[in-house]
Design a protein. Structure first.
Length: 278
């Protein structure tokens, strides 16, 4: 089964999606399952994992409803109040829905030190009780802090989104490359091959420009801890769904069939324990 491990749905409003700036005006509209299904079928993708785009419990419930209505949505990465005393109660309310496979917080928008806050770490420590993974959304400058954070939770499964958003537009590899390899030494961390085109020049990026970042990710994590993600519909500001899939597919052409199967599905199924969602 081929899996897209990272995409979003939304009903667009300027108030709730203020991060979609003028340069991203092409995605200032609704994106729903019927829109995505057309794109994944064209690329030969069988299933997806839906990821939160708003930090509300309403968003998590909405995504789970979508997953219940569409069989190709195999799991949800939602949001819960990790730093709040109400966390256990909220997790209990979701306990009956096995489609919730992970949670995340938009740490990239937080000030330095957020990942090391005691209340946030106390919340993350609760996730092990529920079997939920944690998606790590950060910028490359936050990698050293993320390493310290992950080291506090050696038994927790982490999934790094968008390879920590390296500075592709500037063609900078360091210190991102060094820090990514250090993070990858933690075997409880997986990573998504996603989001790179959104960090490049939307109109002028090339496959050759992306290749050093893809090679670094493969060297750091290996194919069995990497998973394909489209970051749809955000990717549409820079390329169609199928073009991004083709970029990753061509990059993976030198891998064995078994390694390609991991990159395009098995890793996501393992990290998110998708067999438990059915």
């Amino acid at each position: 089964m081929k899996i897209d491990a990272h995409h979003h749905f939304w009903r667009y409003s300027a108030a709730q999606y203020g991060w979609i700036d003028d340069a991203m005006s092409a995605i200032r509209r609704d994106f729903l399952p019927s829109d995505l299904e057309k794109d994944i079928r064209d690329a030969g993708i069988d299933a997806v994992v839906s990821v939160q785009a708003r930090q509300t419990l309403e968003e998590t419930r909405w995504l789970l409803t979508m997953a219940a209505q569409h069989d190709f949505i195999k799991g949800v990465v939602g949001w819960v109040p990790l730093a709040e005393p109400s966390l256990r109660d909220e997790l209990d309310r979701f306990r009956g829905d096995r489609r919730l496979r992970a949670v995340r917080h938009v740490v990239q928008a937080e000030s330095d030190g957020y990942l090391l806050r005691e209340d946030f770490n106390a919340g993350v420590s609760v996730l092990r009780e529920t079997g939920l993974a944690y998606d790590l959304l950060i910028y490359e400058r936050q990698l050293p802090e993320a390493i310290r954070f992950v080291d506090r939770h050696p038994q927790q499964v982490f999934v790094l989104d968008h390879l920590a958003k390296p500075r592709v537009k500037e063609n900078l590899l360091e210190p991102w490359r060094r820090n990514l390899k250090e993070l990858a030494r933690r075997e409880n961390v997986y990573a998504k091959v996603s989001g790179l085109v959104a960090e490049a020049d939307y109109h002028a990026w090339t496959e050759a420009q992306l290749r050093p970042y893809l090679e670094t990710a493969l060297e750091a994590f290996g194919p069995h801890r990497l998973m394909f993600g489209s970051d749809w519909p955000v990717c549409l500001v820079a390329c169609p769904y199928r073009r991004w899939y083709d970029v990753v597919h061509r990059f993976a052409a030198s891998l064995s069939p078994e390694e390609q199967a991991s990159l395009f599905g098995r890793t996501a199924a393992c990290a998110y324990r998708l067999h438990e969602a059915s």
